[in-house]
Design a protein. Sequence first.
Length: 457
Amino acid sequence: MDDTDLIARLRAGLPEEAILTDPGITGSYANDMASFCEAGTPAVVVLPRTVEQVQHVMRTATELRVPVVPQGARTGLSGAANASDGCIVLSLVKMDRIIEINPVDRIAVVEPGVINAVLSRAVNAYGLYYPPDPSSWEQCSIGGNIGTASGGLCCVKYGVTAEYVLGLDVVLADGRLLTTGRRTAKGVAGYDLTRLFVGSEGSLGIVVRAVLALKPEPPQQLALAAEFPSVAAACEAVCEIMARGHAPSLLELMDRTSVRAVNDMAKMGLPDSTEALLLAAFDTPDPAVDLAALGELCTAAGATQVVPAETAAESDMLLQARRLTLTALERVKGTTMIDDVCVPRSQLAAMLEGTAAIAGKYGLTIGVCAHAGDGNTHPTVCFDAADADESRRARESFDAIMALGLELGGTITGEHGVGVLKKEWLARELGPVGVELQRGIKDVFDPLGLLNPGKLF
C-alpha cells in the first residue's frame, strides 16, 4: 500500500495539525523507554483530539489493513508502545481533558492523555484521592497506566490501577465505540470487559475515556527508615509487619547496591554497613503510633537503626533515597534494564538473595529496590551498552531473574507490562492452554490483527 493513499484517507477526517509525516519527527515516536526492544518505522503519527477522530483512524486502518500502535506518554519499560514498520502511531496525548470530578459518586471521568499527577492534584482540591502513583506519575498518562495496569508506591495499601477503573469507552479495531462498566459503586452485569482491557496494552481496543474510582484524601503520611545488616533480616521484618495486620501506605526496600549508588550520587550519609534499607509510611489518623509499633518489629527482626519522622518534611527527606534509586543506578554504567518480577511476600528474601547470586554469576552490578509490601521487586541491571559482551550478559541475567521469579511462585510482571520485552516469558507463565485462550480473545476484538501487533504474544 502507498503511504500517500493512507495519509490522504486520514486527512479526510482529521485536521492537518493532527497528522505528522516528517520522518525526522515520526522517528521520535518509534519507542518507549525499554532497552533491548526492537522498534519499527511508522508511516505516520496521528494526534487526535476527539473520539470521532480516533474512530476515523481505526476505520481507515481497517479498510487499508494498516497496523495501529496506540501510545501515551511513552514512559513504559517493556516496549509496549514501540512502533512497527509502516504502522499508524496513534498518540493520545492531545486527548487530555478531565471531563468530570464528582465528589458524591467519588468518580472522575477523564480522557486517556491526562497526566497522572495532574489528575491527582485536581481531585485533591475536592478532598479526594486517586491512589495509583507510578514512579513516573509526573509524566505518565492515565491511558498508559490503564494499558499496562500500572502500580506504584502506595499499592501495598491501596492496590493497582485495575482496582480504580470502573468503566471505559473504547474504540474497537473496526471503529465501533464500545462502552464497558459503570459509574456506580457496585455492578456485576455480564462479563467484566472493563478488567479485560486493563493491562491489554492497546491490543484489544483504544481507550478514549475512563471512569475512575476515587477515595477520600487520607491524612498526611509519616515515614520511617530502618537499616538492616542483611536482606534476610529486612525481609523478615516485612513478613512480620504484614502478618501482624499492619496497613502501611508505603513499604519499600532497597538493597546494598541501591543504597550505595544513592550514597555515591547524593551523599546522603547512609552507613556503608547497610545491607538493606526498609522505608515505611502510614497515613492513619495517628501515624506516630503505627510507626512506633512497626519500629519495634524492625528492631526485633535485627534492624541496627530505626529513624521515624516527626513531620511531613522529615518524611520526604527519608523517602528521598528511594526516589533517587533509578537515577543513581543509571550513573553506575550508563544503561539500565529494569525488571519487574513480583513474588509472594514470603519469598521476597529468596528473590533478592537469588538476584545477588545472578549478579555474581554474570559479573554485573544489579541493584534491587522493591515495593516490599506487595512483593514487587525491581532488579535493575547496570551495563555498558557499547560493550557487546556486557550487553549480552545483561540480557541473560534479566532472563535469569524472570526464571527465578517464576520458580518462586511469582509473575514476570507486577506493573510494567509484557510488551516486546517479555512476550516469550508470558507464554512460559501462562502455559499453552492459557496462551490459546488469550489469543482467542484477541481474535474476537481484533480479527485482522491490526492493534499493536507483535506485543504480548
